[in-house]
Design a protein around this ligand. Structure first.
Ligand code: NAD
Ligand code: IPM
Ligand code: MN
Length: 361
């Protein structure tokens, strides 16, 4: 099997962890007789510096032609004062919209050996295994136009959703719940927002098509609380763009670090984009200490969802788990004992595990 993968390192630690994903995929290709070709393009701040735009046409075209896209992270203090259209984040939003990647899947499952590294009590975190299905191409992020009026003293952001946009993400979440434990929590703010009222109506309508799925509605403020007081009550959470952004960073606490969470941004019949949930982490960028696990697990999601290589995806996930189980960890994980390693060494441990596992078969 031959697949062409576009790599978009982006900025900050994105440039570091993307190499980890590439190394792991190269090891998988070698061990399991696959061919992956890679092509690297700029996005975000790096693209602004080189081409004057956060999403050059060449990058977008390459992504459209690819079998899948891996993205590191974008953003950084260097570009924070830029006007909105010249911010790195615009590149990320632009590519999500241009490729119509409306479904962002963010699985959150703590590794056994790391349960104690969460600031939450081990018995609270234990048994939590959830999937946040975040709507990714609508809502406040894409309300047009955001504007400032009256000398900048009045600001406008619009929260727009169409029935069609809500229906397709809700369907995606029901389907995911069906494949998992059959429980769907729809998170909204239907006590205040019109968009949430339509969201809730649509979830209620869809219930009839998925009689095997148990549905509940939770308001977003309460959901934020329940996520860290009793996370194991959740199976699949479906929610709009901004709520999903916030809740997923909160949920990363269950795994011990934001550096652990992968994601898949998908649509029907089109190229998928895979990216860690975390950002460019300017506070640690360039130091070689970033946790590559979120990026490596994103590559595993790519194998599973874009290439139907479920077994090979599992090989990567098992390798990550085995290395963490042996006590190796990056600095973001508050692990007692074990050995602290940097990005490169962590990656090498995972690569070596993949190779020795296959050799011993
Ligand atoms: P961030 O996710 O970059 O970092 C938050 C904290 O988590 C930092 O302390 C950071 O050091 C730590 N962290 C994150 N990933 C880590 C990893 N892999 N290993 C170890 N520690 C890790 O969020 P932020 O600081 O709020 O944002 C920084 C920049 O990143 C901003 O410009 C923001 O817009 C951008 N951002 C981009 C993405 C993306 O590209 N998908 C996501 C979030 C934020
Ligand atoms: C994420 C990020 C982005 C988002 C930013 C950088 C635009 O926080 O992927 O979670 O809010 O979607
Ligand atoms: Mn985010």
């Amino acid at each position: 099997m031959k697949k062409h993968i576009v790599l978009l390192p982006g900025d900050g630690i994105g440039k570091e962890v993307i190499n980890s994903a590439k190394d792991v995929l190269s090891a998988i290709a070698e061990e399991y007789n696959l061919t992956f070709s890679f092509e690297t393009h700029e996005i975000g701040g790096a693209a602004i510096d080189l081409y004057g735009t956060p999403l050059p046409d060449t990058t977008l075209e390459a992504c459209k032609q690819a079998d899948a896209v891996l993205l590191g992270a974008v953003g950084g203090p260097k570009w924070d004062q830029n006007p909105s259209h010249l911010r790195p984040e615009r590149g990320l939003l632009g590519i999500r919209k241009a490729l119509d990647l409306y479904a962002n899947l963010r699985p959150i499952k703590g590794f056994k050996n790391l349960l104690h590294s969460s600031p939450l009590k081990e018995e609270v975190v234990s048994g939590s295994d959830l999937l946040i299905v975040r709507e990714l191409t609508g809502g406040l992020y894409f309300g047009t136009p955001s504007e400032r009026r009256e000398n900048g003293q009045i600001v406008v952001d619009t929260l727009y959703y169409s029935r069609k946009e809500i229906e397709r993400i809700v369907d995606k979440a029901f389907q995911a719940a069906r494949q998992r434990r059959g429980h769907l929590t729809s998170v909204d703010k239907a006590n205040v927002l019109e968009s949430s009222k339509l969201w809730r109506e649509i979830v209620e309508e869809k219930k009839a098509q998925y009689p095997d799925v148990v549905v509940e509605h939770v308001l977003v403020d309460a959901a934020a609380m329940k996520l860290i007081t009793n996370p194991s009550q959740f199976d699949v959470i479906v929610t709009e763009n901004m709520f999903g952004d916030i809740l997923s960073d909160e949920a990363s606490v269950l795994t011990g670090s934001l550096g652990m969470l992968p994601s898949a941004s998908l649509r029907e019949d089109g190229v998928g984009l895979y990216e860690p949930v975390h950002g460019s982490a300017p506070d640690i960028a360039g130091k070689g200490v970033a946790n590559p696990v979120a990026m490596i697990l994103s590559a595993a999601l790519m194998l599973r969802y874009s290439f139907q290589l479920d077994q090979e995806a599992k090989v990567i996930e098992d390798a990550v788990e085995a290395v963490l189980d042996s006590g190796f960890h990056t600095a973001d994980l508050q692990v007692a004992g074990g050995r602290r390693v940097g990005t490169f060494e962590m990656t090498k441990l995972i690569v070596d595990y993949i190779k020795t596992q296959n050799a011993s078969k």
